[in-house]
Design a protein around this ligand. Sequence first.
Ligand code: ZN
Length: 334
Amino acid sequence: MRLEEREQLQSELNAEQFRRGLISLALIALVLLLQSAPAFAWGNEGHVAINRVAAQKIPATMPQFLRRAVVEIAYLGPEPDRWRSPSEFALKNAQEPDHFIDLERVSWLDPLPAGRYEFYRKLYEKRAATSAADHPDDYLPERVGLQPYITMEVYGRLKAAFREYRQRVAAHQPTQAVQQAIIFYAGWLGHYVADGSQPLHTTIQYNGWVGPNPHGYTTQRGIHAQFETAYVAANITAKDFAGLVKNPERLEDPFARYIGYLRQSNDLVDNVYELEKAGGLTGKGTPAAFDFTTRRLAAGSQMLLNLWYTAWLESAAPVPEHASPPSATAPPTN
Ligand SMILES: [Zn+2]
């Protein structure tokens, strides 16, 4: 609204009408702000807690420096959410699809390919075969989300760093620099694994129900932040779910297990909406909301601990001299 229009409006309204107008404008601004707010899975508190609980459970068979890095690993839980500022546009733009995957959009692609470029290729083929009326751009990789790919890529970085650490220990070389790299990769990995345990990070229903709605779930935007940020910050701390996290398990096929973990999360999307409908995510919530949310947070810590443990064990294996590419469409390596 331009200044002269505002002055004219002011002169036309009496004091009461003007006050009501201001309240309406403030409400509109608030709604716009909520709609444009990016999805910060689990909020700051949830991410710190998931990383902290996993770090506290690192077994004695893993390196001692990592077991002592609880404070650093906890700090790194929200790290990728610090990469969302418009002041670093290229970074914000490139990494935002890393936090989610809309599994409903790739139900036709089973199993998911192991590498991100094969995934891109399949999505672009699907997009090309989709009629204009069926929203072909919904199959753009950045719209579908890349969550399992960034997760496995950071997992790979961690495993490679563990291998380097082992080699340096064996050669009696200093390890301080590689220790720092390992702590960073372990903490960074925690962010995406935690995102994956939040059902609303695996679905097209990520912030208000869309499409057929037989159960009458909320269609309002806001459930995403209400669940993962407001409800968690007000009601749950690390100690509430630490006891649910068990000793780590070695994962025979980390990518397949991780996809299974995301699908399990996706199976629980309705539960989040049910809890919201029953008022479980408002204020102090309900016992059902507490039980559900602590289990999801624990699932995140458990998968993170399992991946750290598996990366450590797998890093002991020698690197094959001539690894065959996983597919004929692998990009050139230069
Ligand atoms: Zn995230």
